[in-house]
Design a protein around this ligand. Structure first.
Ligand code: SAH
Length: 244
């Protein structure tokens, strides 16, 4: 009886993989993986394990999601241990829910193995705590993949008037719109924000700025990158442990 493991690969640093993820990867007959999953993880697989790349580049999809669902299903018909490896956590903008529902519909058993999401770990490696006593009592994790100016925008801009932390994933391309929109809802032009590229890896780059100058300062920064907006960004001065 085959089993699929919808598995979080963590944000990049290979040691941020969970022990459970490590176990199923070593047992896998096939690993179906994304662009964001650190490829070094594949070295953990046993000899003869098959690898299937279904990665997505920023914006363009190598395979549409319904085809990925079908690839997972077809592999589950053929192999006993199927690992679907995804960057970060499978349920944080990872479409793991759609994959699980598809398997359920076809009667395939599966486990979810949560991963450390980039949303909190990438700021942590930049020395930015997403909450901090007296500064931020909550944090929002937002997909900025859509255009914030589109009529159908689902981003709840009005919720961002407090000083709580906002973490935008998939937002690099929309950074000009994000910063403009936040100033429009009343945040000061010099409000702190940071862009972190390739977080938790040796290529990690952190750019700190303000809503007004962050677009200019981050021109050409490589993806994947996330955006942190909030007063917690200033704590980095004391907390940037990873770069030191
Ligand atoms: N499921 C993933 C998120 C998928 S969306 C998770 O839980 O982390 C992909 C977005 O995640 C990217 O566009 C980027 O904004 C962010 N991201 C993922 N890994 C990152 C990294 N190492 N550094 C910076 N941002 C990262």
């Amino acid at each position: 009886m085959s089993r699929v493991y919808l598995t979080g690969a963590g944000p990049g640093d290979i040691e941020l993989l969970t022990m459970k993820a490590h176990r199923v990867i070593t047992q896998a007959d096939v690993v179906i993986y994304d662009r964001l999953a650190n490829p070094e993880i594949l070295d953990m697989a046993k000899n003869g394990c098959k690898f299937v790349y279904v990665g997505k580049e920023d914006g363009k999809h190598t395979l549409p999601q319904d085809e990925i669902n079908e690839v997972i299903y077809q592999n589950a018909l053929k192999y006993e241990v199927v690992v679907r490896l995804k960057g970060g956590d499978p349920f944080v903008f990872g479409r793991g829910g759609e994959e699980g529902a598809y398997l359920h519909k076809h009667g395939i058993k599966y486990d979810i193995i949560p991963g450390i999401t980039s949303a909190i770990s990438v700021p942590a490696y930049a020395g930015i705590p997403v909450t901090h006593r007296g500064i931020a009592v909550s944090f929002h994790v937002v997909t900025a993949h859509e255009s914030p100016n589109k009529k159908e925008s689902q981003i709840p801009w009005e919720n961002f008037k407090t000083d709580d932390t906002i973490i935008f994933l998939m937002g690099l391309r929309n950074l000009p719109k994000i910063s403009t929109k936040l100033m429009e809802i009343g945040k000061p032009n010099d409000y702190p924000c940071a862009v972190i590229s390739r977080g938790t890896t040796k290529e990690q780059k952190v750019i700190v700025g303000t809503l007004e100058n962050i677009v200019e300062k981050t021109k050409g920064i490589p993806s994947p990158a996330l955006i942190v907006v909030g007063k917690v960004v200033s704590l980095r001065e004391q907390l940037k442990w990873f770069e030191q």
